[in-house]
Write a protein that binds this ligand. Structure first.
Ligand code: PLP
Length: 409
């Protein structure tokens, strides 16, 4: 019999979303006529932009003819999409990223998860708390997390993000090798200013640490002092990998496209102290394990950068951000404390009266028929919060907010 990778066996089940589904299903069974509104999902609800659909149809037609069909895509992405990414996401912001630093993929979950392949198991890893669970779980799989003690892994450094520190994590108390930062943040919906992000880049430069910067929610940024890319900060190209996704930007959760940037000047070390360019290691990894994102999908992603695509995508983001505004304003009007929701589609709500995340989840479900996500599921510092999302339909979101406003807590 073959031996299993026992790191996988260390992982507890995905209790959060399974438990939410179980509780919602039980409620619906007991109340078959209830109009349950989900503000818990992190998935989009608006259709793809017309420019994107048109590009996909055109690309599909090309695939049907011998002259224009495409087979395997280039490992790092088609020239047309690399061009559009470099020009629109970086050059337009004065950032010098070259095409051979960009790797097109099937999304940021795969990229943030797969990136551990090129990092030694000896690295000491830091994550913010609460955190997008993929960063932690994939480090468990990669043997970097140690043992689970209570709800914390013994070799992971947790950086609490709380009301007290305005959801801005303090620099690690001890030196760490790898730091995951996600801004705008899932789940808190909060951001770092340029000055705050600079502290992290400076820390990484001084300590020769690597920052894995997840900018999946970049398109939701509204305020001018919030960096869209970590490369807006001087020196970041020496220390940071950036992950981007078309999922929330352009409703691609079911289409699947993202990319990451690994600057050529970013170096890592061997155990014996030799320096290696991370770009060439990641390139080798992708060339071996990834066979490219579908041509039709890359044409769809290219269309996001066309003038019509940009306008249509912004319209949809505006729709979601109006939901965010309505949720935030509605909850605050009845005295609830909310965070985030200004540069991100997530609203982080403090549970009233000091009740636990799960208690408040149950009350929202049983008394108002609203589904939320308990903050405790994202880490210990998420206790005492629930996450609401702005990705719902407008009418349902308005209805949910009215129910909360008319609620006697
Ligand atoms: N990163 C963060 C912080 C996310 O919240 C998500 C999705 O919810 C992802 C990455 C995954 O994005 P993708 O759909 O591109 O895999």
């Amino acid at each position: 019999m073959a031996f299993v990778n026992e790191n996988f066996l260390k992982l507890p089940g995905n209790y959060l979303f399974a438990e939410i589904a179980t509780r919602v299903a039980a409620y619906k069974t007991g109340h078959p006529n209830a109009n349950v509104i989900s503000l818990g999902i992190g998935d989009v609800t608006r259709p793809l932009a017309a420019a994107v659909v048109e590009a996909m149809q055109k690309a599909s037609a090309e695939m049907s003819s011998e002259e224009t069909m495409r087979g395997y895509a280039p490992d790092r992405g088609y020239q047309f999409l690399l061009d559009a990414i470099v020009k629109n996401d970086f050059a337009a912001r004065g950032i010098d990223i070259t095409q051979d630093e960009v790797f097109v993929s099937d999304g940021a979950k795969s990229d943030t998860g797969n990136f551990g392949d090129v990092l030694s198991a000896d690295n000491l890893v830091a994550v913010t708390d609460p955190v997008y669970p993929v960063y932690v779980d994939t480090n468990v799989m990669g043997g970097r997390a140690g043992e689970l003690k209570g709800d914390a892994w013994s070799r992971i450094e947790y950086l609490p993000c709380t009301i007290q520190n305005n959801f801005t994590p303090a620099l690690p108390a001890k030196r760490v090798d790898v730091i995951y930062l996600c801004y705008p943040n899932n789940p808190t919906g909060t951001t770092l200013s340029k000055a705050e992000l600079k502290k992290w880049v400076d820390y990484a430069l001084q300590n020769e640490s690597l920052i894995l910067f997840d900018a999946a929610y970049e398109a939701f940024i509204r305020e001018s002092d919030v960096p869209h890319s970590i490369y807006e900060i001087a020196g970041a190209k020496q220390v940071a990998v950036e992950f981007r996704s078309f999922s929330k930007t352009a409703g691609f959760t079911g289409v699947r496209c993202g990319y990451n940037v690994v600057p050529k000047e970013l170096l890592v070390r061997t155990a014996s102290g030799d320096k290696v360019a991370l770009n060439s290691v990641w390139k080798r990894r992708q060339a071996t394990k990834f066979n490219g994102t579908a041509y039709i999908v890359q044409r769809a992603a290219e269309a996001v950068y066309s003038p019509e695509g940009k306008r249509q995508v912004q319209e949809t983001i505006g729709y979601y951000m109006e939901n965010a505004r309505v949720i935030k304003a509605g909850l605050e009007s009845v005295g609830m404390k909310t965070y985030g929701g200004v540069n991100a589609p997530y609203i982080w709500v403090q549970t009233p009266g000091g009740c636990s995340s799960w208690e408040f989840f149950d009350r929202l479900l049983n008394e108002l028929q609203i589904v939320s996500t308990p903050g405790a599921g994202f880490g210990a510092s998420g206790e005492g919060f629930v996450r609401l999302t702005a990705f719902g339909k407008k009418a349902a979101t308005l209805e949910a907010v009215e129910r909360i406003k008319n609620w006697t807590l």
